[in-house]
Design a protein around this ligand. Structure first.
Ligand SMILES: [Zn+2]
Length: 249
């Protein structure tokens, strides 16, 4: 009897241990809350969102080639492409698993920021244009100059944000800057260093780089950035309307 009771206790101890082990294997790595030691190597929180504004351009193909080689998704906040080549690049971005977000059809600051209507008309023109040529209608966007741009009156920006929210359009700024928007190309190494120093030790990084005719070093910079953050255990994701936004305000 005594022995039986002892065996019974051991039995339940074993059952408990096995259940805990199963819990640890199948559930806890995703939560990180109860057994931080088990989940620390998973790095669920460390993520980089690579984003490129102003494309498509003559440099887009090279950027896409690097992303394909590295198997990394990215987000392109695009402008209004009018050539067959540009329209084909919208399609290639989508076909290769990247996100297309709206930036501006004309990208002419003075015109689009003249009023909320002007901004909205330009944005919808771009959405219609992309949908017409790819069948996909983007539901994310980025303000040219960012959501705090001083080119526009604060009231215009507020009105656009209100319309966006009512229309289910989600806007994103950035928290790591390539500083590549000069009249001549910035070296790949410099873009990489700018991104890393402005990202600091953030766990969610939204980079800003540009994809236009001048950015001949963009693809090489992307390779450096990907290598660096992969080695630090970051994963790469594209932005969607479900992604928690990074915004200035
Ligand atoms: Zn832009």
């Amino acid at each position: 009897m005594f022995c039986t009771i002892k065996i019974g206790k051991r039995f339940w101890l074993w059952v408990g241990a096995i259940l805990l082990a199963l819990l640890a294997i199948f559930w806890l790595p995703g939560t990180g809350a109860v057994f931080p030691v088990l989940s620390s190597s998973v790095d669920q929180e460390k993520v980089v969102y690579l984003t490129f504004d102003d494309g498509p351009s003559v440099n887009t193909i090279e950027i896409l080639n690097v992303l394909k080689e590295e198997k990394v998704p990215a987000t392109f906040f695009v402008t209004g492409a009018e050539t067959e080549r540009g329209l084909g690049l919208y399609q290639r971005m989508l076909d290769e698993g990247h996100a297309i977000g709206l930036h501006s059809y004309s990208h002419r600051y003075r015109e689009i920021y003249a009023s909320a209507d002007a901004y909205w008309n330009d944005l919808m023109r771009l959405a219609d244009h992309i949908e017409e040529h790819t069948g996909y209608r983007p539901d994310i966007f980025r303000f040219p100059g960012g959501s705090h741009t001083t080119t526009a009156d604060a009231a215009v920006l507020e009105e656009v944000k209100k319309r966006a929210t009512n229309s289910g359009l989600c806007w994103f700024d950035w928290n790591a800057l390539g500083k590549d928007d000069h009249s001549t190309p910035t070296s790949a190494q410099q873009i990489f260093e700018n991104i890393v120093s402005s990202a600091g030790d953030k766990e969610r990084i939204v980079t800003l780089m540009h994809d236009d005719g001048v950015r001949t070093t963009a693809a090489d910079a992307v390779r450096l950035i990907i290598d660096h953050y992969k080695s630090l255990g970051y994963r790469f994701e594209k932005l969607t309307s479900e992604t928690e936004p990074v915004r200035f305000s």
